[in-house]
Write a protein that binds this ligand. Sequence first.
Ligand code: FAD
Ligand code: SIN
Length: 530
Amino acid sequence: MSSIFDFVVIGSGLAGLSFAIRASKYGSVALITKGKIEESNSFYAQGGIAASPLSDEDSVEKHIEDTIKAGDGLCNTEVVRTIIEESKQAIEELVSWNVEFDREDGNFHLTREGGHSARRILHKGDYTGQEIQTKLSEIVRNQKNIFIFEENMAVDIITKFKFVGRKGGEVEDECYGAYILNKRTGSIETIFGKFVILATGGAGKVYLITTNPDTATGDGVAMAKRAGAKIANMEFYQFHPTVLYHHKEKNFLISEAVRGEGGIIRNKNGEPFMKKYHPMGELAPRDIVARAIDMELKKSGEDHVYLDITHLPKDFIIKRFPKIYQKCLSLGIDITKEPIPVAPGAHFMCGGVLTDSYGETSISRLFAIGEVAYNGFHGANRLASNSLLECVVMSKRALKKCLEYPKKIHIPQEDIPPWKSEKTIPQDEKILISHTWDEIRRLMWNYVGIVRSEKRLQRAYERINIIKKEVIEDYWKYYVSPDLIELRNIAITAELIIISAMQRKESRGTHFNIDYPFKNDIDFKKDTIL
Ligand code: FAD
Ligand code: SIN
């Protein structure tokens, strides 16, 4: 079966949902998502969403300055200005979609996180993402024009050059839709769209330790790469300094807002150490805090440090951080009385599919918005709580550009072949998939993590080449399953990160190479484009 929609949205995090809600006023929307609608990085966002100016102590200019400072020389200042200038309107829109934020005396309660020079982060307790995703999903489920495909996974993007052909001299490719695997039936269908919106989020699962849920496997970047789109700045993977360290919990974040409200990072002897590394101490930009912890751990041989908020009033802690309090208590840690064991983990993909300031990629009518995209907003390092903001603003800008296209767009359906799968045989060695998956995640953690070196990157490069070759052979030999699709995407994403990191012979933002420990503006104040 094949269908044609005005908009095909792949991914149902905040970027995908906010786009779908808006676009449904103008045409039919297919919302494709590989799990349940709510499941996404967006759902787990704790700290909140940054906007300005929301108080007398803040301004758009200060927010822009903080974003550019965190981005360490690679932000596109025009994009930064555009997104931040639209931030107040983005909040108004979320509120109009029934999203609630905590208030104090009628005004929004504003919190603070690393790298922010003012309190400007709106939040709902420590479960802002859950509040947003729940409210937006409710709207999407009730829109007649939105056709929801849960448990459906995009496998590949359909483009003119790849599937119809390229006439001599033609330089601009265009997008027609995507092949979609129905995870319930195992069949792969063709879904056509006048506009395809990649909103597939990040790739935290490429690393052994991550804050990201299982959906974050780099599918969007890998699909865009296979389709021939440009990919930028993949070397900049942001590590969050404080992931709960506990054998029973694999990826629970302890929000930066905990430090924003006064939390102190201590070593095993109870000594605070962050001021030694940066004058902003616990609230230094994330890359600096993550590296400082990494360094302390290497010195002490320990595997975690502690985040201490026991000096704050018990009632305040329970009210302000209800989920963190409950989660830790369920594991036997009373955070009002004892410090929380934490260690860094992979958190946010700063690079991604290269787009213009409206989210359009180098392939016409293929858009990328949210964490999957690189539009210059975050540069070499993202400022905390700026990504939920980016999702809301960029989905609006993407739609604006879609609506500027002529109404009639021809999709040559008859020229697009159905997905071919006759040659495949049943996959009976599932264990190989999980072994290879594990191999890649360890390889990335050990050789392409918080601190990198030429030797480690070279080693990672040689190994990923062998692994990728095996994965691709398996891919074409066996029935295409969700696990195999994700494994292939993880392998491709890992390779993109490694190659980009090898090209950047300096240290900047989240990319730190001990063989090139300084920033080199003369040669490298530029994006890495693959
Ligand atoms: P996501 O929310 O990740 O959504 C991606 C969607 O794509 C999912 O629905 C997924 O299932 C789907 N998908 C992926 N691949 C496919 C495929 N092949 N086919 C179909 N569907 C697919 N940012 C902030 O600004 N403030 C915060 O407080 C904050 N806290 C965070 C806390 C945690 C624990 C994490 C992990 C991230 C946090 N971030 C925060 C970052 C922020 O949540 C994300 O960057 C942002 O939500 C990304 O939104 P998105 O819509 O681009 O992607
Ligand atoms: C957090 O709450 O620490 C995460 C905020 C973010 O990643 O923006």
